[in-house]
Design a protein around this ligand. Structure first.
Ligand code: AMP
Ligand code: MG
Length: 278
């Protein structure tokens, strides 16, 4: 697992050690300028493929991004979907749930954001937060009766796997990316934000508080990744210490997945329309 290729988890594993997976791998990419040029060609192709996804009309794509604070989720979204028709992509960010959301099961707020056929949906955080931050801070974020539930996390993994299998069977391709950074890289990114006035708005109390729980988060991620990687909705562990590497790998994976969907322009609703006199 320590070699220089993207780790894909497509079945449940007895355990997973994230510290053995490199955060700064370059995965055989040809250096920053050339890789950025490659990313540009991938993202242009994703734009064309989304148009085809729409004209095909049978399938949708759901891209799920998870990662620690500063892992690069926002920047990835900005770059990877740069050439997609804004009408064809919808980004949903999942933050702290509202009281209405908290009064429902954890998938309730997710469903309305699932992309329609023909569309790409992007989740900036997702239902996975309910087995990550909620697990790390269970004592604070869960009502007491749930804290006592013995199989809570196993049950949630099972619900997630069933939910994603259902989406896949309904024609929605689920693509999951874990943006993997080192703790040192997070420190350096936060320091950079502190030094850049145009980035000050991005600093939040949570970034400082959650850092202290780094190891608990890595642990929760390890459990989650080991239990929710499936053949139809695998996890891709993306080395993200170099953003240009991570963005290229994510763009390439999305592009190749969409190429493999063998999308076709759907025929005219009535063939007679093609030759009808105007
Ligand atoms: P950001 O992505 O920086 O806007 O931050 C959103 C914050 O909301 C993060 O700290 C998430 O961990 C948190 N969050 C997202 N989903 C949940 C959830 N289901 N329960 C509690 N906190 C959440
Ligand atoms: Mg944040």
């Amino acid at each position: 697992m320590a070699d220089d290729s993207v780790v894909i988890i497509n079945k449940s594993l007895p355990r997973l050690d994230l510290s053995k997976i490199k955060t700064n791998a370059t995965c055989g990419l040809p250096g920053k300028p050339k890789t950025e040029a490659l990313t540009e060609t991938y993202t242009q192709r994703i734009g064309a493929l989304q148009e085809l996804l729409f004209t095909d009309g049978r399938r949708g794509v759901l891209v799920i991004l998870q990662g620690m604070d500063t892992a690069g989720k926002d920047g990835t979204i900005r770059h990877v979907f740069d050439h997609v028709n804004p009408a064809g992509v919808r980004v949903t960010s999942f933050g702290k749930p509202s009281s209405a959301e908290q009064a429902h099961d954890f998938l309730w707020r997710i469903y309305p954001a699932v992309p329609a056929r023909g569309q790409i949906g992007v989740f900036n955080r997702s239902h996975y937060e309910d087995v990550l931050i909620v697990r790390v801070h269970a004592g604070k974020l869960l009502p007491e009766y749930l804290q006592r539930e013995k199989h809570l996390w196993a049950n949630r993994y099972a619900s997630i796997n069933a939910f994603e299998r259902h989406l896949t069977e309904a024609g929605i391709c689920v693509l999951k990316f874990f943006l993997h950074i080192s703790q040192e890289e997070q420190t350096s990114r936060l320091m950079k934000r502190q030094k850049s006035p145009d980035k000050h708005w991005k600093l939040s109390e949570d970034d400082f508080a959650e850092r202290k729980f780094w190891h608990d988060y890595q642990n929760a991620y390890e459990q989650m990744l080991a239990n929710t990687g499936t053949a139809t909705a695998p996890w891709h562990i993306i080395p993200m210490d170099h953003k240009w590497v991570g963005r290229a790998l994510i763009a390439k994976t999305i592009m190749e997945t969409m190429e493999n969907m063998k999308l076709k322009v759907r025929p005219a609703s009535d063939p007679a329309l093609i030759t009808r006199k105007l």
